[in-house]
Design a protein around this ligand. Structure first.
Ligand code: FES
Length: 133
């Protein structure tokens, strides 16, 4: 039944999520929750600097997540870590929930809201990081 709702890619990320866990010395932690279903997510981000195209650039060196949620919430959490790991923070900040859903081969319309958790946690964390600098 669950399988009928989701793409093969969503099921892969749900069954074997990438980058699940905690980064103890994370630079920043983003949190988000869905008040309607009660699902919650934490995103641990380690930011570092390296030369990208000859310019010293802040980038996401490592990223991990903890998600208490539905299959779509776990799959989108896993996918967002794949999409932004190693990317400059400004590029990571441009990732949208549509990018995540597309990368997963689509989400059922009633599950599109679940992809908000991951994007919200990422954007909150990066905003906090940028304002703290
Ligand atoms: S049902 Fe809560 S995030 Fe999917």
């Amino acid at each position: 039944m669950v399988q009928a709702l989701y793409t093969k890619k969503v099921m892969e990320h749900f069954k074997k999520p990438h980058n699940q866990g905690v980064i103890k010395d994370a630079t920043i932690v983003g949190e988000s929750g869905n008040p309607l279903c009660g699902d919650v997510m934490k995103l641990y981000i380690k930011i570092d600097k390296k030369k990208i195209k000859g310019k010293e650039t802040e980038y996401i060196k490592d990223i991990k997540f903890e998600t208490l949620g539905c299959a779509a919430a776990i799959a989108t959490s896993s996918m967002i870590t794949d999409l932004v790991k190693g990317k400059p923070i400004d590029e990571a900040d441009n990732v949208t929930k549509a990018n995540i859903a597309d990368s997963l081969g689509g989400l059922p319309p009633i599950k599109l809201h679940c992809s908000v958790l991951a994007v919200e946690a990422l954007h909150k964390a990066l905003k906090e990081y940028k304002t703290k600098k």
